[in-house]
Design a binder for this molecule. Structure first.
Ligand SMILES: Nc1nc2c(c(=O)[nH]1)N[C@H]1C(S)=C(S)[C@@H](COP(=O)(O)O)O[C@H]1N2
Ligand SMILES: [Mo]
Length: 392
């Protein structure tokens, strides 16, 4: 068998020696060599946290696995986020997984018959496609510092840790049914093959309702950084639940825990006090398709943006300039529940420094709040934010 070929972020191609294990990249190696994400991260499309100041703030090197989409990359784009612009959030380097030897194991006391499915077995099961957003629980974390003066630990994303794709795969329900899901089954732990062996439990109800095991993204195969050969897509939940590089699914009859729902990705501090509630559903949010900060010429503009909700479709979007009256934006195009809606509003921009604020409401009446209660790890910042726009 030929060695595994991979492309580094500088565009260099390298061949790994024969006989490397399926998971070849370690965090240590990635840090030494300066990469962790495989796709190119052109500066015009991504904030690369390995740059300058951000790097100095990152003693563990975790930022080598994060790339934030620049919102201006969505300007003039269609409904879906192109794979080449989709944010990446990993906790270890993108692994090399050979689909020829890869298997998905489904086991545990919650199923009658353990299963082992290869890549070909999986592609013979009933398939569906669904358009959904993935958004990191920490998207917007920078605003705790920028708007509330209190820095939360973790990647300082502004609004670009979100994207919408068409995911194709097999409903998790189909796989669980084939393993003989028991009536007593309670939780479904999704486990990964990357170096951190990420694992996060889902209630069995959510697992069978609409969770997808995706092997396709935007009409092509999933790419390595986004979970090839197989990832979960958990609708409406913070994307930490959407485990990439799946290798095992464990079904229990009792509640399950792992560091990923007890230590990380939990709401602690602030109003939630001593409780450590796992982050699940996302709120309502909005972004302008403009650089941060933006600079535009004076005069009439049609400003574009998108709003999204973990609960449903977007029903209403309003914009305000410099604290002035809220004006309705015009929604257009698809508005898939759990994905996003595009909109525009017209602005006759006068010279000077301005702030544009957007407030969206979903079809269940959830509205973006003015402020967001603090939590120690800086999750779920879904408040209204002022986008700085310099007009001149
Ligand atoms: N195996 C594995 N799955 C993972 C992660 C990871 O580090 N390892 N990161 C999670 C987090 S925190 C997010 S936000 C999403 C990011 O998905 P993306 O990189 O495809 O945008 O993947 C989730 N799934
Ligand atoms: Mo995340």
């Amino acid at each position: 068998m030929a060695g595994v070929v991979r492309t580094t972020d500088s565009g260099r191609t390298e061949e790994l020696p024969e006989g490397v294990p399926a998971v070849a990249s370690t965090k240590e190696a990635a840090l030494e060599e300066g990469y962790g994400i495989r796709k190119p991260l052109p500066r015009e499309r991504f904030v690369d946290f390995r740059d300058g100041e951000a790097k100095a703030d990152d003693p563990t090197g975790d930022q080598a696995f994060n790339a934030e989409m620049r919102w201006e990359a969505m300007a003039g784009k269609g409904y879906l986020t192109p794979v080449g612009s989709f944010f990446v959030r990993s906790h270890a380097p993108t692994p090399d997984i050979d689909p020829a030897t890869w298997v998905l194991r489904v086991e545990g006391p919650g199923v009658e018959r353990p299963l082992e499915l290869g890549y070909d077995d999986l592609s013979r099961l009933p398939q569906v496609s669904m358009v959904r957003a993935l958004e990191c629980a920490g998207n917007g974390r920078a605003f705790f510092e920028e708007l509330q003066g209190r820095q939360a630990e973790g990647t300082p994303w502004r609004l670009g840790a979100v994207g919408v794709a068409e995911w194709t795969g097999v409903p998790l329900r189909e796989v669980l049914d084939r393993a003989g899901l028991k009536g007593t089954a309670r939780e479904v732990m999704l486990e990964s093959l990357d170096e951190v062996r990420m694992r996060r439990p889902l209630p069995v109800e959510k697992a069978v309702e609409d969770t997808l095991l995706a092997f396709g993204m935007n009409g092509g195969l999933l790419t390595p950084d986004h979970g090839f050969p197989l990832r979960a897509v958990v609708s409406g939940w913070a994307a930490v639940a959407s485990v990439k590089w799946l290798g095992r699914i464990h079904v229990s009859e009792t509640p399950l825990s792992s560091p990923w729902n007890t230590d990380k990705y939990v709401l602690t501090g602030g109003e939630s006090g001593a409780r450590r509630e796992p982050v699940t559903l996302r709120g309502v949010k909005s972004a302008l398709e403009l650089p941060w900060p933006a600079r535009i010429p004076r005069g009439k503009h049609t400003i574009h943006g998108r709003s999204w909700s973990g609960f449903g479709a977007i029903s209403h979007v309003e914009c305000s300039v410099d604290g002035g009256p809220w004006r309705d934006a015009r929604l257009f195009g698809p508005n898939v529940p759990g994905a996003w809606a595009r909109w525009t509003f017209d602005w006759d921009a006068m010279p000077g420094e301005h702030e544009v604020r957007v407030k969206a409401t979903d079809d269940l009446g959830n509205m973006q709040p003015e402020t967001v209660p603090w939590n120690d790890l800086g999750y779920l910042y879904d408040g209204v934010v002022g986008h700085p726009v310099s007009v001149g």
